[in-house]
Design a protein around this ligand. Structure first.
Ligand code: F6R
Length: 594
């Protein structure tokens, strides 16, 4: 994971890098660092420490003008988060400074085979890269030394490199981890994501894998690994990217929960012409021609995938399987004859999904990515992509991307169905009903105070409600650190009910007529063992005493509603405990390591 920003130009490098890193903190935020060149003397200075990017503002010397630098915000993989393991790392004789995003799988072999005798100061895999570049730069040009190093690295990397002997240049290269160049007439920015370019450039160049870049004041040159010049397309940044302020909201998560009705309306405006769905015909064809859909995803996106399975199977009668990407990549099940792979990923960068995409492409299977970032790796590399149009999601806990993914899955499933509902009307109804829940959020806040008093909690439901429970529990645990499980209500009695004790909170989701009664029996079972129960139900199946009763919508769309109180429950539980809601511990928004 980690975020990288580098800059060379006439503006203040320190300001551009620090503000860019703040925007990239969603990629990791356990430590940060920056290397800067003083404009007048040309000397280099490194500032780094454990903690957020804001820490750099406390420790960096602001008394000199800077025109070149590289910076990093870290999500630790190798070595605990501390000052020594923070980037930038230096080569043995301190000639090179590097910042790295990715994982070098063969760093131990490289240490013993190529760098035997070198002294390392950190526990990271990254430091090795700086040492190898320095070793080869004794025998060849820097440009060649970096490309030779690239040829030895196994794994993923996006790198920004300073050579203190070449003070007017920055080098960069990448493989698998994202990296792009932001262009303006005042300089060039290197960044892991366009977010860091906000306010500085409107054009960018996404770099291809195994690309090496040399940046000077005059511009940039991109080469492949053998030194041949390669062309890269220049793109214009989508204005949506600039909509990334909290505004009146205290947290991005609260803002993003509240944006869900407008996200649904945006998706409707993008994919409907009056009452008709207007999706790319090739995508419908690919779905129609397949005999089974394989949804590949992780975390919240996988939970959206489970709802997608219900939609494809119940609306369009297409058999659908949902798989954990990290499992599927190394333990592929027997496939049907004509599978279509659907990758669901908010970021479009999740390494576990990419590992599957690479394998299934090599095997000749077709693929579709559903993502919020149309410029992402998974969007670029799949045969087709559909954008979910949720707008930038900044809070680490995903909310609006989840509902947007489900809406897009509904549109895809509907395209293959007998069109027995008016989809546009049903989705519009959902948007209004979500607004009704948002209006009642203070009531939910009070319920949280009353019910979520313990270290653990259960969400129970059946069928599609069970899938909604999986996402509800993930939300609660990831930001409030309450140990929460989403359980198939009927399964609880087969062992896990042993954990229920006096006042254990159990939240039931009941939106389906056919199975509501069964879930209520399971609620009685836990109540008789002391559980403190809270019910989220829909109007037509509600019973007296249910604490949160939602509007009725088309049955298969109920997860779009039941998740909203669950998102608020998570939000308020974290708020009441005083936690950092937008940046929960140990997590990062874009998981670019396997
Ligand atoms: C939880 C959350 C994660 C992501 C998961 C996959 O709130 O956001 O579980 O859903 O890391 O990320 P994407 O969707 O970017 O592939």
């Amino acid at each position: 994971m980690c975020g990288i920003v580098g800059y060379l130009g006439v503006e203040d490098a320190r300001e551009i890098i620090i503000s860019g890193l703040k925007r990239l903190e969603y990629r990791g935020y356990d430590s940060a660092g920056i290397a800067l060149r003083k404009c007048d003397s040309g000397t280099f200075h490194i500032y780094k420490d454990k903690g957020r990017v804001a820490r750099l503002e406390e420790i960096a010397d602001f008394s000199f003008k800077t025109c070149l630098g590289i910076g990093h915000t870290r999500w630790a993989t190798h070595g605990v988060p501390n000052k020594v393991n923070s980037h930038p790392h230096q080569s043995e004789k301190s000639r090179f400074f590097i910042v790295h995003n990715g994982v070098i799988d063969n760093y131990k072999e490289l240490k013993s085979e190529i760098l035997n005798g070198n002294k390392f100061v950190s526990d990271t895999d990254s430091e090795v890269i700086a040492h190898i570049i320095e070793k080869y730069s004794d025998e060849m040009s820097v440009n060649e030394a970096i490309r030779k190093t690239m040829s030895l690295l196994e794994g993923s990397y996006a790198l920004a490199i300073i050579d203190t002997y070449n003070r007017d240049k920055i080098y960069a290269c990448k493989n698998k981890s994202p990296l792009l160049l932001g262009l303006s007439d005042k300089g060039t920015i290197i960044s892991s994501d366009v977010m860091a370019l906000v306010g500085y450039s409107t054009k960018y160049v996404p770099l291809k894998d195994k690309t090496f870049v040399e940046i000077t004041k005059k511009g940039y040159k991109t080469l492949d690994i053998i030194g041949k010049e390669v062309e890269h397309e220049v793109k214009v940044i989508d204005v949506d990217y600039f909509n990334i302020e909290k505004g009146e909201y205290s947290h991005f998560m609260l803002k993003e929960i509240s944006e869900q009705p407008s996200v649904i309306r945006t998706i409707i405006s993008k994919y409907f012409d009056k009452e008709e769905v207007t999706l790319n015909g090739d995508i419908s064809k690919a779905i129609k021609e397949s005999d089974r859909l394989y949804i590949i995803a992780a975390g919240t996106s996988m939970n959206a995938g489970f709802i997608g399975k219900e939609l494809f199977e119940k609306m369009a009668f297409i058999p659908t399987e949902v798989h954990i990407a990290s499992e599927f990549a190394y333990n592929m099940p027997l496939l049907s004859k004509k599978p279509l792979f659907i990758f669901i990923s908010q970021s479009g960068e999740t390494a576990d999904l990419r590992a599957v995409l690479v394998n299934i492409k090599a095997a000749g299977y077709r693929s579709l990515t559903i993502t919020n970032v149309k410029t992402s790796t998974l969007a670029r590399e799949a045969d087709h992509y559909v954008e979910i149009h949720a707008g930038p999601e900044i809070a680490v806990a995903s909310t609006k991307a989840y509902t947007a993914q489900i809406v897009v899955l509904a549109i895809l499933a509907y395209g293959q169905s007998d069109k027995h509902i008016n989809l546009r009307k049903e989705l519009s109804k959902v948007a209004i009903s979500i607004e009704n829940i948002i209006d009642k959020r203070e009531y939910i806040e009070a319920l949280v105070q009353e019910y979520l008093t313990k270290r653990n909690c259960f969400y129970i439901g059946r069928g599609i409600d069970y899938y909604a429970c999986l996402e509800s529990s993930l939300k609660l645990k990831e930001i409030s650190y309450i140990q929460t499980e989403g359980f198939a209500a009927g399964e609880l009695k087969h062992g896990t009910i042993a954990l229920i004790e006096e006042d254990t909170p159990v939240i039931a989701i009941i939106s389906q007529r056919s199975i509501g009664k069964n879930t209520r029996s399971n609620l009685n079972e836990v109540q008789s063992r002391g559980a403190k129960t809270l019910v989220i139900s829909t109007n037509s199946v509600h019973e007296h005493g249910d604490q949160i009763v939602l509007d009725d919508v088309y049955e298969l769309f109920s997860p779009l509603l039941t998740i909203i109180p669950a998102q608020f429950i998570a939000y308020y539980a974290a708020l009441q405990r005083g936690y950092d809601i937008d940046k929960p511990r140990n997590l990062a928004k874009s998981v670019t390591v396997e």
